[in-house]
Unconditional design. Structure first.
Length: 292
């Protein structure tokens, strides 16, 4: 019999510093609620960037359906760093190395390699303005002038737009990303009228034809140490605008991710680590938790 009044297994993990809670909801009929997410994020021991709530497999998700919750309780469509954490958790339990999940954004294929690194196929990027989405038509989403930019710096007035299952605005800047106060303008840009579903706001500096540095203010989560989907969006935008090749190393505050935008344009493969910090249990409706 399915239990709904007991706690679900919870793993505190990180994907390159991205704080992740993996909550195993398989075999249950209840859901992780936004209220639970907000309560968990309010405690310093369980504060997170994303929750990866893993539900039972189904026909189009052989290894499970994943709901992704931001720290404000809102739903996210994609989280590459979190997906690597789910893979690491399942691999440790079963030894399985290849996985096929699904989120509200579509399918996610992943593989754990012998060296411990995990690759996630984030699928195809979307560049059409209505699929990102933007609030109105854009003839060229590689170069968009931000209406009412709020910032005097010209580098913060133009961006490249893409969706990796969630909307991204990438501002290519000429100097070190740490020299910009993204905490000052990130919240305003996230909620800018140009982004009807809000957006992840990234600063990217191209450091070579095969590398760039990145800093991201995540939609619904704020400034994070790493954002996998933003790394993918920045990589494809850099390649699309002729700044880099299709295979790059993206350096984030917590480390590096390898991004490979395949020649068929339909596969953006992200490779990086995942680490288990501790195990616990949580009541999915309320967020009441304990460390085991």
């Amino acid at each position: 019999m399915t239990q709904t009044n007991d706690k679900a297994p919870m793993m505190r993990m990180n994907g390159l510093g991205n704080k992740i809670l993996v909550i195993d909801m398989r075999g249950r009929q209840d859901k992780v609620t936004p209220q639970a997410a907000i309560r968990l994020n309010a405690h310093p021991d369980t504060a997170f960037d994303q929750i990866m709530a893993l539900y039972d497999p189904r026909d189009d998700a052989p290894d499970g359906w994943i709901d992704i919750l931001n720290s404000d309780g809102s739903m996210a469509q994609a989280c590459g760093n979190g997906t690597r954490c789910v893979v690491d958790y399942l691999n440790a339990a079963s030894g399985q190395t290849r996985f096929a999940f699904r989120t509200i954004a579509g399918s996610l294929l992943a593989e754990r390699h012998g060296d411990g690194l995990i690759s996630v196929d984030m699928g195809p990027p979307e560049f059409e303005w209505e699929k990102i989405p933007l609030a109105g038509p854009a003839a060229d989403t590689k170069h968009i002038a931000l209406a009412e930019p709020h910032e005097a710096d010209p580098a913060l007035q133009r961006f490249s737009a893409a969706s990796m299952g969630n909307p991204h605005a990438v501002f290519f800047v000429p100097r070190d990303v740490d020299s910009y106060d993204i905490l000052a303008f990130g919240p305003r840009y996230e909620h800018h009228p140009m982004f009807p579903e809000r957006a992840n706001i990234s600063l990217a500096q191209v450091t070579s034809p095969s590398s760039l540095s990145l800093k991201t203010f995540e939609r619904g989560a704020g400034l994070t140490l790493a954002c996998g989907s933003a790394a993918c969006a920045a990589a494809v935008s850099a390649a699309r605008t002729g700044r880099t090749g299709r295979k790059v190393t993206v350096y984030l505050p917590a480390g590096a991710l390898e991004i490979d935008w395949r020649e068929d344009n339909d596969h953006v493969v992200m490779t990086g680590p995942a680490v288990l910090e501790w195990r616990g249990a949580v009541e999915p409706a309320t967020g009441e938790w304990e460390r085991l």
